[in-house]
Design a protein around this ligand. Structure first.
Ligand SMILES: Nc1ncnc2c1ncn2[C@@H]1O[C@H](COP(=O)(O)OP(=O)(O)OP(=O)(O)O)[C@@H](O)[C@H]1O
Length: 372
């Protein structure tokens, strides 16, 4: 557990970046610090590994005062990931990943073979290990940054905007893989981001800071969305709060049997199976949904990949209500496709019925909300 107690940082020019901040980051959880530019997120993070010394207050890790520890030794025991990966440009990728174990005295052969395993763990081809950082894409460099931070198997990781230097699609992939990895590794993580959506997606706990380095609210993501403490937090959370909160609400929605046709079926067969609106759901031989087709638009021949209409997200039977609603709203037929844990068709859902489930959910009173 990482604990900050009454921590203040005043820079020599008088700027108070962090003001009497107290915060606990529990073990094996992701605690996210989020807030507008200049609110003291990076300063707070760097006071944990003493890259910045607090002016007052205390920082402990598992009860040990970090200010009483040797700073270099402390830093070697904490994984640190920054934007762009922060890699050494003149070292190969695998040498970058092996950097801390080598510093700690691990034999070169062991450290490099471990580096290759770690590259694989973060979803990279170990062959990339022979390249130099500049020969990798931004997303690959970020992954190397994560692999490097994991190399000494530290229980604690600090991450400063680790996914912000890449485009939104790669960013989402990196976030998903990071969550999968954390599910396996269970590190104690403090992460900084200015992106509230990233905070809500990744954080087990989210601390919203306001400029001047004070906590406006510390809560679990769904609590934050449901009960923003004040107008500042509500504004920072932004639009669609109610809709986004559905991402954390799970309940089963009524499922309907949906007539299907197999990929490769004749258009005549497909027409016979289509609903009154003309749409039919196309599945493969494992009953995995492939998309919707409207046989009336297809002429003769068979239903193949080119016959499928784009659009329509898939919801999981045990997934959040937001996914079920989105599946219905984004489907060309307006029937949301719901799949089981293996990705096979479980049935379809209707938006109105998902809304009825939402209305039936107990909605807690929301006294802190500043937005009507
Ligand atoms: N070395 C320094 N000397 C003086 N002021 C500083 C120094 N470093 C940071 N600051 C100031 O401290 C405040 C907090 O900075 P910090 O970098 O911690 O914010 P941040 O929330 O991480 O911002 P961003 O999201 O823009 O990276 C800012 O007002 C910044 O200008």
């Amino acid at each position: 557990m990482i604990r900050l107690d009454g921590v203040t940082k005043q820079y020599p020019d008088g700027t108070v970046a962090v003001d009497d901040l107290s915060l606990t980051a529990p073990d094996r959880a992701i605690t996210v610090l989020v807030g507008p530019s200049g609110c003291g997120k990076t300063t707070t993070l760097r006071m944990i590994n003493r890259m910045i010394e607090p002016t007052s207050g205390s920082v402990t890790i598992d009860g040990q005062d970090v200010l009483a520890m040797d700073a270099a030794q402390l830093r070697r025991g904490i994984g640190y990931v920054i934007q762009h990966g922060g890699l050494f440009p003149h070292h190969t990728v695998e040498r970058n990943v092996a950097a801390v174990p080598l510093l700690l005295g691990t034999a070169k052969k062991t450290a490099i073979s471990r580096a290759r395993e770690l590259l694989e763990l973060v979803g990279l081809d170990p062959a990339l290990g022979r390249r130099y950082p500049s020969q990798l894409s931004g997303g690959q460099q970020q992954r190397v940054g994560v692999a490097r931070a994991l190399a000494a198997d530290p229980p604690v990781m600090l991450m400063d905007e680790p996914f912000s230097a890449v485009d939104p699609v790669v960013r989402e992939q990196l976030q998903d893989e990071f969550l999968r990895l954390q599910g396996e590794l269970g590190k104690t993580i403090v992460m900084v981001t200015h992106d509230i959506d990233e905070a809500i997606k990744l954080g087990n706990h989210v601390a919203v800071l306001r400029v001047g380095g004070r906590i406006a609210q510390l809560a679990r993501p769904h609590e934050l969305l449901a009960h923003p403490a004040d107008g500042f937090v509500a504004d920072f959370l932004g639009r669609d709060r109610g809709y986004r909160a559905l991402g954390f609400e799970r309940a089963s929605v009524p499922l309907h049997d949906e007539p299907t046709v197999a990929l490769g079926s004749g258009v005549g067969d497909a027409a016979a199976r289509a609903g009154s609106d003309g749409w039919v759901l196309v599945i493969d031989d494992r009953r995995h949904p492939q998309g919707w087709a409207r046989p009336a638009d297809l002429g003769d021949g068979v239903v193949d990949e080119t016959s499928l209409a784009l659009g329509g997200t898939l919801a999981r039977v045990d997934g959040p209500l937001r996914a079920a609603l989105d599946a219905a709203l984004s489907s060309p037929s307006r029937r949301g496709v719901v799949v089981d844990g293996d990705g096979a068709l479980a049935g379809t859902c209707r938006a109105t019925e998902v809304l009825s489930v939402i209305e039936a959910q107990e909605r807690p009173h929301d006294p802190g909300s500043a937005t009507p």
